[in-house]
Write a protein that binds this ligand. Sequence first.
Ligand code: ADP
Length: 562
Amino acid sequence: MAKVEGSYLVAKAIQNEGITTLFGLPGGPVVEVIGFAAQLGVRPISVRHEQAAALSAAAYGYVRNEVGVCVLAAGPGVTNALTGAHVAFDNGLPIVLLGGSGPQHGRYSGTFQETDNVPMFKSITKMSVQIDSAARIPEYMSMAFRKARSGRPGPVYLDLPSDVLQAEVEEDDVKWPVNYFADVHPMGDANQVKKAAELLLNAERPLMIVGKGVRWSEPTEELKGLVEELGMPFISSPMGRGFIPDDHPLNAAAARSTAIRGADVVLMVGARMNWMFDFGRGFAPDAKIIHVDIEPGEIGINRAVEVGIVGDAKGVLQQILTEIDGKTDGIADKAEEGPWLTSIRDKAASNGAAIEPLLNSDSDPIRTFRMMKEIRDVFPRDTIYCVDGQMTLGTGRQVLQSYTPASRLNSGSNGCVGVGVPFAVGAKLGRPDVPVVSINGDCAFGFNAMEMETAVRHGIPAIFIINNNSGIVGGTMEAKMGLPEGYGERVATYVQDIRYDKIIEAFGGYAENVTHPEELRPALERAYEATKAGKVACINVISEHMEMMVNTATRASALMGY
Ligand code: ADP
């Protein structure tokens, strides 16, 4: 009988799950996991920092609707991934983090890179455990995959002690769990669905809010069907965009505040009543909220709900559609002519007119709005945008459009700066068939800029754009800090007009440096062509330093681009 080691079993479990790509940085004691994975046909993507491994895995899983996997070397390698785990936890993204650790038999004796990883991950994962023996690796791995993707998705951490990874077991004795996951779309309570349907049918000013929780069952037909059946406007959370195309005539995004303030019935699907929706305070006090979420504990947080439906977005939307079937005669037509849609469309038109001059601005240095407009006009409808950085998010929200599911990735619920580059690496690997454009403020870009080398080395032809305004919030932050007069050191502005494009040149990618507005479009087009030929592209755009966003309030949501 043949013996196999723990590392092999970890890799085999990844392969059995149907995962074809993992992210990691080869180091002890997980290097053999990575080696066995490659032998088994699971492509290891070797990153430059473990934060990026977790973030790329999360994006890869998000765009493919599957679990992302990252493999982390012991000690600092594991702690480096904490931020990525937090991003996945706060955004409900399914990843399995496999962290190496020192030998079980040497605990507390000062072994190399000894770290107590399990408690560190406890509060930012759905499960954080140490595997106790090689023989149980398959069982733990199936547990991790099940947990990561069931109910509200999220991260799972498995700690892999070196002696467990190196231990050998008889291959024939290994028990591989099968059918360890129920692929179901739980339906909502029939009475609650009935109440929701009645509220929607009788609403004068209905509004639907779409969040990224819809990603996992992708109810695109149902979402569109419901808004069209009722003539109901909708808005999306930043990552909830694209599940109904942004150019749908019922999209109220450009009149977001009007829609939120004025609605009398709000159907919220796969989104939380958290800071992003101002804890529900922006809705009229007597607005009736219908909240659909797969996580029972989420319903009723921060704002009273009239109807709470625990279930999967697709299943519940189908139930509501069935319930209203045959009862919607004339509703949508009436809505089209009615004051609710008219007020939203009027407001959207005036907001649109307000930013029009910025979109077409010839001012030099380049306005961020102009940069976004050129990007919007060059790339096709199925483009995946990964947007990162405060000002960049704020303008991107107003200008870029998304038309397909899971095609907008950004700093997400926990506002993590630094996601733009690694998200694009993961997204392009996950969806090589579509353009992936990563747009970053220069501060945000700095966090994970080295991952462009990962992209070049592995042949991942994404486009990285830097909105280079030479500092944090274009330098306005320094003024805000009220630094004492004569204080000479820069804290929120950087060395001016850095040539970040030189970095990609050093890596062997395609570089553009843009300093004038009329250069933008040809540079974007050339870079896009370069990526079609398999090159990784980077465009450094020197933009207005002190530019402020339109309608910028001090509210975090406005600043973070929501
Ligand atoms: P957003 O940032 O887009 O507003 P959040 O991450 O705040 O979204 O919230 C997403 C919500 O979607 C979470 O509360 C999560 O429990 C929920 N969710 C996840 N999967 C599903 C699903 N299949 N059906 C319904 N709700 C879901």
